[in-house]
Design a protein around this ligand. Structure first.
Ligand code: A2P
Length: 319
């Protein structure tokens, strides 16, 4: 297993279990299967609405002696409706309570988009708070304060483009240590990854398998299916592995943490085994040459809400 080493020498196993889309009825078992298989990195978020069950699974694993708290790297994310300074703490406390933890290893601002505290998903312009009402620096200083209290080992962001990261870097006391972004061969994010690395920010790839199980509202009819591209099958056959494993190994090869989601025991195990696959230069070059470019999670559910103060340029630099 490859690790990311933070400045204070804490280590993050680069391959973790994603829990987005794992339903409350299945995520408990998925987390336990993952820990039994050897995963030591679990990626969560308040908006996945399953943190209570993830917490039950972690408690069971700790109680049974399967793993100790300090051996598991747990990430969660602050939802958009808790960006106001006094709300950041409220958001974290709810997550800690649900996960039954007294600290997180990593906490991320989930999106550079703010909502009023009673709103989960926006439907109209009044549901939002624009940057003059809640600057990102306000949310970030809330994150810094919680880190100083010892409730967070590391803090970072998700879905931040270069401009938004620069804004934080220009005003922060503690710099972000992670940017979690959609990343796979259809969206390799070369420029953003280079920018992050140049600034000492690590990168985690979400939707590394193309999130085919994303909700209908996040799907368009002509979306390409990542796992079905014939090149991955060709490379998989060459190494005697699965196409999903090729996609996971591709991120690891680039020193990018990766959090494939599965709620299936065999696939959870199979995905972890991708940590031992070594793609060669020819594989990487062939994947780099793929002509399909696609972003599955395009953020239009924020930017296309009538009256939204946020635009696509607040989210992405390019495709
Ligand atoms: P399942 O949970 O039934 O295993 P992403 O991580 O990009 O969000 O993708 C998650 C999707 O990929 C889910 O539909 C998940 O289904 C599926 N998946 C996870 N692991 C594998 C695998 N090894 N082979 C095929 N599909 C997989």
């Amino acid at each position: 297993m490859k690790f990311i080493t933070f400045e204070n020498n804490d280590k993050l196993p680069m391959l973790g279990l994603g829990t987005w889309k794992s339903a409350p009825g299945e995520v408990y078992q998925a987390v336990l299967w993952a820990l039994e298989a050897g995963y030591r990195h679990i990626d969560c978020a308040a908006i996945y609405q399953n943190e209570k069950e993830v917490g039950d699974a972690l408690k069971k694993a700790f109680d049974d002696g399967l793993v100790k708290r300090e051996e598991v790297f747990v990430t969660s994310k602050l939802w958009n409706n808790a960006h106001e300074k006094d709300q950041v703490k409220v958001g974290l406390n709810k997550t800690l309570q649900d996960l039954q933890l007294d600290y997180l290893d990593l906490y991320l601002i989930h999106w550079p988009v703010s909502l009023k505290s009673h709103v989960m998903f926006p439907e109209k312009g009044e549901d939002f708070l624009d940057y003059s009402q809640v600057p990102l620096s306000e949310t970030w200083s809330g994150m810094e304060a919680l880190k100083a209290e010892g409730k967070l080992k590391h803090i970072g962001v998700s879905n931040f483009n270069q401009g938004k990261i620069k804004e934080l870097l220009d005003s922060c006391q503690v710099k972000p240590e992670m940017n979690q972004i959609e990343l796979h061969p259809y969206l390799p994010q070369n420029d953003l990854v280079n920018y992050c690395k140049k600034n000492g920010i690590h990168v985690t790839a979400y939707s590394p398998l193309g999130s085919a199980d994303r909700p209908k509202a996040r799907k368009k009819e002509d979306d390409p299916i990542l796992l079905e591209h014939p090149l991955f099958k060709e490379i998989a056959d060459k190494h005697g592995v699965s196409t999903a494993q090729v996609l996971i190994a591709w991120s690891l090869h680039r020193d990018i943490a990766v959090i494939p989601k599965s709620a299936n025991k065999e696939r959870i195990k199979q995905n972890l085994e991708a940590a031992d696959i070594r793609l060669d230069a020819a594989d990487m070059k062939a994947i780099e040459g793929i002509s399909v470019h696609h972003r599955y999670i395009d953020g239009t559910f924020f930017t296309e809400v009538p009256g939204s103060p946020f635009s696509q340029s607040d989210l992405w630099d390019s495709l």
